[in-house]
Design a protein. Structure first.
Lengths: 376, 298
């Protein structure tokens, strides 16, 4: 009995020792993403793309000899779970974190990563993400303010809508984008007839839409996420509101079309070019590998944006020949030549914002494909 | 005025879905004096079962017969799950203190919710467009085919249930068991089969409600049962829990209340006002709108 106990103890300590040794050799990459919950397909896309990149890098010898170990954490798309994830990933000793998908979750986790000196790269587009002055944060997408300029110009000057209704939910991203769009529309001389807010996930948007209907808008600009956007569009059509529908960047997801059903046809979405429109060789390679590994294409451009964020940080480590996060961040925010990325040239400003944006307006066709109707 | 009528139509649609779900709570409470917290998750499960029946069993055929088959098959599957739930989670605790049964109900709710997640995955599933998007503009008020179907179908089911409980022998047995189980047993009523029947009816109605949610909103998630369960529970209390017409009235009123609050005040406040309404009802009229004052048995 005594011997058995001792043997178990010995085995356990041996395992711990081995595990400890193998840990020391790896570069830990955290993934903070909504792997379950409403935005699960985006979260799973981010995790899949990080694992794919890690496998590719590991196969070619790792990062300066270190193998990458991926540690995922599910933030469920909620700020509360995001804060817990941040603590958890920091405790597990990650060097960098990829994610999260939503600005709210990225923002809830930011300070923890900053305090621990862990690099974070997120596709969150809320402007507030880069306004805290955290050197650890790199935005791999473009901020709302850039999209708002494009959207306002499109609505006021290109389409010449007279009355514009804006709808958002209560997340950092949606309110940020809606506020920015309203400000830009006013600057461009457009008229915002109403600004309504919906509660994400509440499914029943008919009361809000009925109010919007009474304002007789020519267009509804929706700044929230695709899960609500698809239903909002379906209910808009069912209520006979004849206005155009323009969804912000977070509506760019196949689920938008599925939720809206036949009502999706004719809706517009404003975003950076979708994956299949990317002209870069890096993009074609990555998409081919992604398709081969997972048997499907990434859910949206956000998957690729996050993959680019990870590629940038690893590029920074290799260029500076260092695992010192501060050095890597300083290097990335002052590169004079951009890194060719999956989603276009990658270059960061001093505040962690990605430089250079190119937006497009897509019109959803009857077969659910995108037609580019306007480009920057 | 047309805005008011439009909100009325919106409210009646969601109200009838609440009412269908609320009936499940109220029937179980009426007979067993137990809040079946798992009911909301049963409703969510039925939407997933319906979707699976559509894609796997019916091979994605879109026709009127397919839609009817989805409803019938899902209701049957959920009725079986309901009986199983009663057998496993509630019957062993029938003589136990009330609190044990409540904890068991909460446990069953978690088991079903996580069961859905394990079987169908954590991501949102999307219903196909089974009911064509047809809508009519009646002088500014737009009503869609699916809204009409939900309203009419719910009313028919509710009236049928009311007649069943009030006019048939089985209904009399249900009412007797609700008043006093021991006395009912002495009169030769098999209370166990009455309770099984309650779960069959409640779960089937819940299944219809769940499918309506799927068909109307199209997006279904594994954790949506909690939200709809909570609303339906409030509707049941509002109408007087244990009272069948009360649940119908409560559901409709709650739907209208939410539509008007969201329409005229703010959608942000809809939930807050719903709970304020619940608190007010509990203070002013604890037995609900139609609940009769029952002397507590000592």
């Amino acid at each position: 009995m005594k011997r058995t106990f001792r043997n178990i103890l010995l085995t356990l300590s041996a395992i711990t020792l081995m595990a400890g040794l193998s840990w020391a050799d790896t570069l830990k990459v955290g993934v903070q993403a909504p792997i379950t919950g409403s935005y699960a397909n985006e979260g799973q896309g981010i995790e899949d793309s990080v694992r794919l990149l890690a496998a590719q890098i590991n196969a070619s010898g790792g990062v300066m000899g270190k193998q990458i170990e991926v540690i995922p954490c599910d933030d469920q798309g909620t700020a509360m779970a995001a804060a817990i994830c941040a603590k958890d990933l920091v405790n597990k000793g990650v060097a960098m974190v990829i994610g999260s998908y939503t600005s709210t979750c990225a923002e809830a986790a930011q300070k923890t990563y900053f305090n621990a000196g862990v690099l974070q790269t997120s596709d969150g587009t809320a402007d507030s993400l880069t306004e805290h002055g955290y050197w650890t944060f790199l935005r791999n997408s473009f901020p709302n303010s850039a999209e708002a300029v494009f959207a306002a110009n499109y609505m006021v000057n290109v389409k010449a809508y007279k009355n514009i209704a804006v709808v958002s939910d209560f997340s950092s991203y949606a309110t940020g984008l809606a506020d920015a769009v309203i400000a830009e529309v006013k600057k461009a001389g457009g008229n915002v007839v109403t600004y309504a807010k919906i509660k994400a996930d509440s499914q029943n948007f008919t009361p809000v839409l009925t109010n919007i209907k009474s304002k007789k808008p020519d267009v509804i600009f929706y700044a929230g996420y695709y899960t609500d956007g698809g239903q909002l569009r379906a209910q808009q059509v069912a209520l006979g509101i004849k206005a155009d529908f323009i969804g912000g960047d977070a509506n760019d997801n196949p689920d938008f079309m599925k939720l809206a059903g036949s009502a999706a046809t004719g809706a517009f979405i404003i975003n950076v070019p979708s994956p299949e429109l990317l002209p870069y060789d890096v993009a074609k390679d990555f998409l081919k590998n992604y398709q081969a590994t997972y048997g499907k294409l990434p859910p949206s451009i956000w998957t690729l944006m996050n993959a680019d964020g990870m590629r940038a940080i690893i590029y920074g480590m290799e260029q500076t020949k260092s695992f010192d996060n501060k050095k890597v961040a300083d290097f990335l925010m002052s590169m004079d030549k951009p890194l060719p990325g999956i989603t276009g040239p990658l270059q960061f400003a001093k505040d962690g914002n990605r430089i250079g944006s190119s937006y497009m307006t897509f019109e959803i066709q009857a077969d659910n494909s995108y037609k580019v109707v306007h480009a920057q | 005025m047309d805005i008011f009528l439009q909100q009325l139509a919106n409210g009646l649609t969601i109200g009838s879905m609440f009412a269908l779900v609320a009936l499940g709570y109220t029937m179980v409470y009426g007979v067993m004096k137990l809040i079946n917290f798992a009911h909301g998750d049963m409703v969510a499960a039925s939407a997933f079962v319906g979707l699976t029946i559509y894609t796997q069993v019916l091979g994605q055929a879109t026709s009127l017969i397919a839609v009817i088959a989805i409803f019938l098959l899902s209701a049957m599957v959920m009725a079986c799950v309901g009986i199983l739930l009663e057998r496993l989670a509630y019957r062993p605790l029938r003589e136990a203190p009330r609190l044990s049964a409540v904890v068991s109900a909460l446990g069953a709710s978690l088991v079903i919710q996580n069961g859905i997640m394990l079987i169908w995955g954590p991501q949102m599933r999307i219903f196909p467009e089974l009911v064509p998007q047809v809508y009519w503009d009646l002088g500014g008020v737009v009503i869609s085919l699916i809204q009409v179907l939900i309203l009419v179908f719910s009313l028919v089911l509710m009236i049928a249930l009311y007649l069943f409980v009030e006019k048939t022998r089985m209904g009399a047995a249900i009412r007797a068991s609700a008043i006093d189980q021991d006395a009912a047993r002495l009169m030769g009523i098999n209370v166990n089969s009455v309770i099984a029947l309650i779960f069959i009816i409640g779960s089937s109605l819940g299944a219809v409600g769940g499918l309506f949610i799927g068909l109307y909103y199209r997006g279904i998630t594994f954790n949506m049962g909690w939200q709809y369960g909570l609303y339906a529970f409030i509707a049941a209390i509002l109408g007087g829990i244990g009272n069948i017409p009360g649940a119908m009235l409560g559901g409709m009123l709650l739907g209208l209340f939410q539509a008007f609050i969201a329409g005229y005040i703010s959608s942000t406040w809809a939930d807050a006002f719903t709970f304020i309404l619940l608190i007010l009802i509990l203070i002013v009229r604890p037995t609900g709108l139609l609940g009769e004052r029952v002397a507590e048995k000592v």
